[in-house]
Design a binder for this molecule. Structure first.
Ligand code: ATP
Length: 307
């Protein structure tokens, strides 16, 4: 059986003449936090809704817990907890009362389910405060408590930090990390904020215009953070010959007819400049650069970046 808790094959959603999700092959490993990253309108929510059966699939397949969901919805969905859009809590009831209603509706068997879920997210049990008086952070926490009420193995959280302040975001990150590390839950989370996904996810999928542009572990992606020397010269061809012959440099790339990237940042640039000038090659500029993950995302999404 597959190691993936979620696996999609060529998952596609078409609304009228618009392809919202285009042939997505997603692989979410058991016990991992998988971050779907993409700007607003990229297709993240639609992917999640299809997995949860909240919108129909135009074409493609979805496996959850190692088997095709189709026809097994009643067995699969009770094992998933989700936040997609704002949960419909009753404003004139307390947090505990709200969860008790949802717990009954879902037929949650565990008698302490509400108390336990509130404890995980740090909200008081049997508190008198009405939901309408909750801060946004408390509302989001109650949303998570509601999603974990029935102790699901898989959590699907659509932008759970939306609208939260930095402290609220850090708290939410901690709950999610704890659910994964301490309780072994698998989490699929979406965000349009790169730094948030980078801090939380083990694996990441980058969605743009409905397509999954890249799927990778965070560790692999971090390697793409690279340092290099950007060297602009009057003659790239001659300069590379000198660098190879005199400096035994192999790890470099040619950007255009004036620009080289040298990935060995320990090179003695004084000596390089001198050697180039002696061969009548003008050094226009030389600078140490550091590409960040953000630069990388900008590059692969071909645009203004994600966050
Ligand atoms: P956001 O964070 O803004 O929700 P997203 O990445 O989750 O962004 P989706 O909500 O999945 O993006 O939307 C993907 C595309 O599908 C968008 O262009 C959106 O306008 C379109 N779309 C979503 N739902 C519908 C619908 N019910 N009918 C028609 N088009 C839709």
């Amino acid at each position: 059986m597959s190691d993936y808790v979620i696996e999609t094959r060529q998952l596609t959603k078409i609304y009228g003449d618009q392809t919202a999700v285009n042939a997505v092959n997603l692989h979410v490993k058991k016990g991992s936090v998988y971050g779907l990253l993409g700007r607003n309108g990229a297709g993240k929510t639609t992917i999640m809704k299809m997995i949860l059966g909240l919108t129909s699939v135009t074409s493609g397949e979805i496996d959850v817990f190692g088997q095709n969901v189709k026809g097994r919805e009643k067995k699969v969905f009770p094992r998933i907890g989700a936040i997609i859009e704002t949960p419909g809590f009753y404003p004139n009831l307390t947090g505990t009362e709200n969860l008790e209603i949802f717990s009954k509706l879902r037929g949650t068997a565990e008698p302490n389910a509400v108390k336990n879920a509130l404890e995980v997210v740090g909200l008081p049990y049997k508190d008198k405060k009405l939901f309408s008086k909750y801060s946004l952070g408390m509302k989001q926490r109650l949303g998570i408590a509601n999603a974990i009420l029935h102790d699901p193995e898989l959590l699907i959280l659509d932008e759970p930090t939306n609208g939260l302040d930095p402290i609220g975001i850090a708290e939410m990150r901690k709950f999610i990390k704890d659910l994964s590390v301490e309780q072994g839950k698998t989490v699929l989370i979406s965000s349009h904020i790169l730094s948030e996904i980078a801090m939380l996810a083990d694996d990441i999928g980058i969605v743009d215009h409905g397509a999954l542009l890249e799927e990778s572990s965070m560790k692999e992606l971090e390697k793409k953070n690279s340092k290099y020397i950007l060297l602009q010269v009057s003659d790239v061809f001659k300069a590379s010959l000198i660098l190879e012959r005199q400096f035994q440099l192999k790890d470099y790339s040619v950007q255009d007819d004036q620009t080289l990237r040298l990935y060995d940042t320990s090179l003695d640039m004084g000596a390089v400049n001198k050697a180039l000038m002696m061969q009548n090659i003008a050094v226009i500029s030389s600078q140490l650069c550091n590409d960040t993950l953000e630069d990388y995302f900008k590059k692969i999404t071909g645009g203004e970046g994600i966050a």
